[in-house]
Design a protein around this ligand. Structure first.
Ligand SMILES: NC(=O)c1ccc[n+]([C@@H]2O[C@H](COP(=O)([O-])OP(=O)(O)OC[C@H]3O[C@@H](n4cnc5c(N)ncnc54)[C@H](OP(=O)(O)O)[C@@H]3O)[C@@H](O)[C@H]2O)c1
Length: 318
């Protein structure tokens, strides 16, 4: 399987490369590219050395099965049309195509079937949305969903390498010089329509798309917290049908991507795992419940999801 990665030096690019490297997929790296800053840097993949290329027309005009766009949305918008001629699938990790309803927005365990006969651009959802949809999907399947109220506790690695570096630079600084590492910030991205910030709008639109229900009420508050990796989410849901808690717990425990566990719910426990952890499940009334959820934002929230999509596409290469 021929793969090109744009943004290969970033947090998600590196995490994805590590997952691919340790997988059994027959991967042939065609190119790894980034900004001019990283041009010429060395990257080893399965004992072979690769030079990081500058992202240019010459680089992207190489034929691939899948090209992963793992940079910001402006880079994705600039290159996706050029690449379309040279790649069967483009997997965009950024926000650039998530609102385009002609482009599948995919969490494989939920709507992976949308890719069955599809070729072209595929969109990987936002990290907090992947975590949320995976957590509530079993509830939707059993009892239907009417409303979700979610408060997120999002780690600084969600801001990319610059967020993680800033967090480390701020260690040992006084409160006024450490806005990221000594604070909880109750908005992520600019405040937009109706007082919701950019990250909250992403969660609203993307959750409805992935769970395939435009009438679903999604009410998020997204908060940046001083944690390196892994997001926490406090989730309250209202269901359409009466909840049977015993049945729900049994069903959640049957999902291979969920660990139901009340003892290991600190965010650090999710780091470097591909599981969504759920616990502190509380029955509010016959049609509502509340729980806590953690997941590694770099893996579950992005690179693992991308890997699962790539894995599914590999079976379709002749
Ligand atoms: N971090 C998360 O938890 C997370 C989760 C879900 C989705 N995402 C999304 O995933 C994407 C990547 O995020 P990240 O966290 O990996 O960010 P990052 O650590 O900042 O990495 C950004 C990557 O883009 C490259 N880049 C920058 N300017 C470029 C240009 N002009 N042309 C080509 N490449 C360029 C960087 O190369 P250099 O190293 O050379 O600068 C680097 O490889 C973003 O769209 C983000 O929103 C992130």
């Amino acid at each position: 399987m021929k793969i090109g990665i744009i943004g290969a030096t970033g947090l998600i690019g590196r995490t994805l490369l590590s997952v691919l490297e340790h997988s059994s997929l027959p991967i042939e790296i065609v190119y790894l590219s980034a900004s001019t800053k990283s041009e010429g840097n060395d990257r080893v993949f399965r004992d072979r050395h690769y030079k990081i290329a500058n992202t240019s027309l010459e680089t992207v005009q190489q034929v691939c099965d899948v090209v992963v766009l793992s940079s910001d949305s402006s880079v994705s918008s600039t290159w996706s049309t050029h690449i379309q001629e040279y790649a069967t699938w483009i997997l965009d990790i950024s926000n650039a195509h998530r609102d385009d309803t002609t482009i599948p927005l995919v969490v494989p365990e939920i709507n992976g079937d949308t890719l069955q006969h599809y070729k072209g651009i595929i969109s990987n959802p936002n990290c907090s949305t992947i975590q949320l949809t995976k957590a509530v999907y079993p509830i939707q399947k059993l009892f239907g969903l009417h409303k979700i109220i979610v408060s997120t506790y999002q780690s600084v690695s969600g801001m990319g390498q610059k967020g993680l570096s800033l967090f480390h630079q701020e260690q040992g600084q006084t409160l006024d010089k450490a806005p990221l590492s000594k604070n909880c910030t109750p908005y992520i991205g600019p405040i937009q329509e109706h007082g919701y910030c950019q990250e909250e709008w992403k969660m609203i639109h993307e959750t409805k798309r992935i769970l395939c229900d435009d009438s679903l009420l999604v009410i998020p508050t997204t908060v940046r917290v001083p944690v390196e990796i892994s997001h926490g989410e406090s989730i309250y849901v209202e269901t359409r049908e009466e909840i049977n808690l015993e049945r729900l717990v049994k069903f959640i425990q049957e999902q291979p991507y969920i660990t139901y566990d009340d003892t290991s719910l600190k965010t650090a426990n999710a780091v470097h795992t591909n599981q969504v952890f759920i616990g502190r499940l509380r029955y509010v009334d016959s049609h509502s419940l509340q729980f806590w959820c953690i997941a590694d934002n770099l893996l579950v929230g992005s690179a693992w999801n991308a890997y699962q999509i790539i894995h599914g596409l590999e079976r379709r290469i002749i």
